[in-house]
Design a binder for this molecule. Structure first.
Ligand SMILES: [Zn+2]
Length: 479
């Protein structure tokens, strides 16, 4: 029990309720309560609660594992907090920095290359990103849930408390904007999302007493005042609600509109008036019961956080062969590698030199040309040898494209229904085989012959195929 101001008989009350007496600020269910929302106590997320996993004692060498852990843990830890409070931008930035360092974390030797631009990493998977959520935006999307519930849960206690404190706007879909500096900023921060939120909401007319005829968006994409500005100027009552001008027939099947204007219209305005009434009559069937909200971003019309988040992120669409990389039965770390390679961001010699390393421009596989991603994985003699080996195995002729990205674009599902499942594994498996070979030549000074390389490829592909439930018939044909 927390007394606010002077409370007489506090101890007696606490005894009756069977609770302790505490004072603000305190922590409840590990959430800070009563603290200034900008205070440092919010940084508990980056402290003992587990965010320090960014600096794990045991290095996690596998990028795919890091990604899974990041999504399942580091991104989810703050969700409870974000669903109620606005996160201070400094804390959001700090959490994102921890996420970055964790994803691209060093192997214990202090080297820590952030290979792919963080903006790309934050994009949805189908736009070439990793689908990691941007914290401040996700925060907004989560708070939108409260706005949705506020409009619809008229009788709930929490809404009544908020309404008493702040008052409601016309229609009761939101509160008046909070004034004054006193009180906690909780609702204040939630209501600040309103402008973003309402852009994706349509009003559904039932009785019609909560929806303003001219101002709210209830028929079509825009409010009537925007579609017919000339008529809006002449309207007798611009704030009127729908129920006050709608005349329903007894059977409810037909509705007439009694819209009143301050003057009669001139000849040249009649056409506009006609199309106005035409629009109204095309929207004359209404739902049963009270007025409601419809979420524009979902077909079923019900708010969901995911769609709100994507709309707030409004990522520009990028064509990326994401299915060929993430939709394949291959280990996550391999998909992660392929994803980095498709973006041209694995640590080949040319990329390392761009990062300031002094190295010989040397491909350790063919001992000739400079090592670039496309050379190493597609055009190098060793690579070409391995690719040809694969094409012979599948009995096809294939022209290799110029870069890894195009390879993934052209490859996916390119071999009919039956074989495509295993066919889709091939580029990931082959690139991975080449990369392993390149690394063992560079770092361990050991190399495989062509036939050993082919064997390594076949073994790896076979293992993946077993795990990926490829039918035995196909395996027998190929191996
Ligand atoms: Zn080479």
């Amino acid at each position: 029990m927390v007394p606010v101001g002077d409370v007489p008989n506090l101890r007696v009350l606490a005894d009756i309720m069977g609770c302790r007496i505490e004072s603000l600020p305190m922590s409840y269910l590990r959430m800070p309560l009563g603290a200034n929302f900008k205070s440092n106590c919010l940084e508990f997320y980056s402290g003992e609660n587990g965010m320090q996993t960014g600096r794990v004692e045991e290095p996690l060498p596998i990028k795919g594992g890091r990604l899974t852990l990041l999504k399942s843990t580091l991104s989810s830890l703050p969700t409870y907090y974000l669903s109620l409070f606005t996160i201070p931008i400094s804390v959001a930035n700090r959490i994102e920095r921890i996420q970055r360092n964790f994803l691209w974390g060093s192997y214990g030797d202090g080297v820590n290359h952030h290979l792919v631009n963080w903006d790309i990493v934050y994009s949805p998977i189908n736009y070439g990103g990793l689908g990691i959520r941007k914290i401040a935006t996700f925060n907004k999307a989560l708070l939108g849930k409260w706005l949705w519930c506020f409009g619809l849960e008229e009788s709930k206690l929490w809404r009544r408390v908020i309404t008493t404190k702040y008052g409601v706007n016309s229609g009761g879909w939101s509160t008046k904007s909070p004034r004054g500096s006193h009180g906690c900023g909780l609702w204040r921060s939630i209501i600040s999302v309103w402008a973003d939120f309402v852009a994706f909401v349509d009003f559904e007319v039932g009785i019609g007493d909560r929806i303003r005829f001219w101002i709210d968006r209830w028929c079509g994409d825009r409010p009537l005042k925007d579609v017919f500005p000339d008529l809006y100027v002449c309207a007798s009552n611009r704030q009127t609600t729908i129920d006050s001008i709608l005349i329903r027939s007894a059977s409810g099947s037909r509705a007439d509109w009694n819209v009143q204007f301050v003057r009669n219209f001139n000849d040249w305005e009649v056409e506009g008036v006609a199309s106005f009434f035409e629009l109204l009559h095309s929207h004359s069937s209404f739902r049963e019961g009270g007025d409601g909200l419809r979420w524009r971003l979902k077909d079923n019309g019900i708010f969901d956080i995911r769609s709100f988040y994507s709309a707030l992120r409004h990522t520009l669409p990028v064509t990326f062969p994401w299915k060929a990389i993430w939709g394949v039965h291959a280990p996550k770390r391999v998909s992660f590698f392929a994803w980095s390679a498709a973006w041209g961001r694995i640590l080949t010699v040319d990329n390392l030199m761009r990062r300031g390393y002094q190295l010989a421009r040397w491909c350790c596989m063919c001992r000739r040309d400079g090592e670039t991603i496309n050379h190493l994985l597609i055009h190098c003699d060793k690579a070409v040898g391995l690719w040809s080996f694969v094409f012979r195995k599948f009995g096809i002729i294939w022209v290799l494209p110029g870069c890894v990205l195009d390879l993934f674009f052209g490859w996916y599902n390119g071999l009919g229904k039956v074989y495509s499942k295993i066919w889709n594994m091939v580029p990931l498996c082959l690139l991975w085989t080449l990369w392993r070979e390149r690394n063992s030549r560079t770092f361990e000074n050991s190399e495989r012959t062509n036939s050993q390389l082919q064997e390594l490829f076949s073994n790896t592909l076979y293992d993946w195929a077993i795990v990926g439930d490829i039918p035995e018939v196909i395996l027998l044909l190929l191996f």
